[in-house]
Ligand binder design. Structure first.
Ligand SMILES: C[S@@+](CC[C@H](N)C(=O)[O-])C[C@H]1O[C@@H](n2cnc3c(N)ncnc32)[C@H](O)[C@@H]1O
Length: 232
């Protein structure tokens, strides 16, 4: 059935690859290469779109699983994936509920995805769940800027959301990451090479599912009373 959501997704898939392809040629491609340089083992990319990140994976990874719920992107995504020297698959699922077992990936990646998802916290929890302990989440996301740019992004968000398949340019991805169970290893602030002002501020980095989970001492009554007991 042709709903307004389907129509919006199809039209996004028509114009997005050309726009982002131009930005990639202006420097964004190098940033994708940097982001993905440490990918290893079994890798999951969420929201893979038309596959602009796909050529930038290192050749030594074991397997790449590409999650993309917009069917209109699948033909170009499959073409991009078919040229890789390791096994690949395209999976049509919503990353809020990943159909993979716990600890089944060494690396999870996302590029410019969290602006358009409904529940960033839930998606980060899913990423944490499917990563093995010590596994890494490699991200590159456009985010809310400071001062005047942030206000411009706030004002443009309703329109951009309608035109660009749900994209909210004022998303505070760093705040969502900070409250997740993932541990930030590195994060750098970059600029997207584009004249579209709402897209410029970027964060690129790595977060990890810790080898040993963090214990929130305040939430653990046993640990709290043990810590409260005076040392003998
Ligand atoms: C702006 S595009 C980015 C595409 C690609 N990662 C890139 O860097 O060019 C955002 C992508 O996130 C996908 N997406 C949105 N919500 C999603 C969800 N709940 N689960 C998985 N992917 C989602 C969209 O279908 C779209 O392909």
């Amino acid at each position: 059935m042709l709903t307004s959501t389907n129509l919006g997704r199809r039209s996004f898939a028509l114009w997005y690859p050309a726009l982002m392809g131009r930005i990639d040629r202006n420097g964004q491609a190098a940033l994708r290469r940097d982001q993905l340089a440490t990918a290893r083992g079994r890798v999951l990319e969420i929201g893979a779109g038309s596959g602009l990140s796909v050529p930038h994976y290192p050749s030594g990874i074991d397997e790449l699983v590409l999650v993309e719920p917009n069917h209109a992107f699948h033909p170009s995504l499959r073409i991009a994936a078919d040229s890789l020297p390791f096994p690949t698959s395209v999976v049509d699922v919503d990353a809020h509920e990943l159909p993979f077992t716990d600890s089944s990936f060494d690396t999870v990646t996302a590029s410019l995805v969290f602006c358009s998802v409904d529940d960033p916290e839930r998606m980060l929890a899913e990423i944490h769940r499917v990563l093995r302990p010590g596994g890494r989440f490699l991200f590159h996301e456009h985010v809310r800027g400071g001062r005047v740019r942030g206000i411009v992004q706030d004002l443009c968000t309703p329109l951009q959301r309608r035109l660009a398949d749900g994209c909210r340019p004022n998303r505070d991805f760093e705040a969502s990451l900070a409250t997740s169970a993932l541990q930030v290893v590195s994060i750098t602030h970059r600029r997207m090479p584009t004249l579209i002002p709402t897209l410029v501020p970027l964060v690129v980095g790595t977060a990890e599912r810790g080898p040993v989970e963090r214990i929130d001492r305040a939430d653990d009554p046993g640990l709290r009373s043990a810590l409260a007991e005076p040392a003998r």
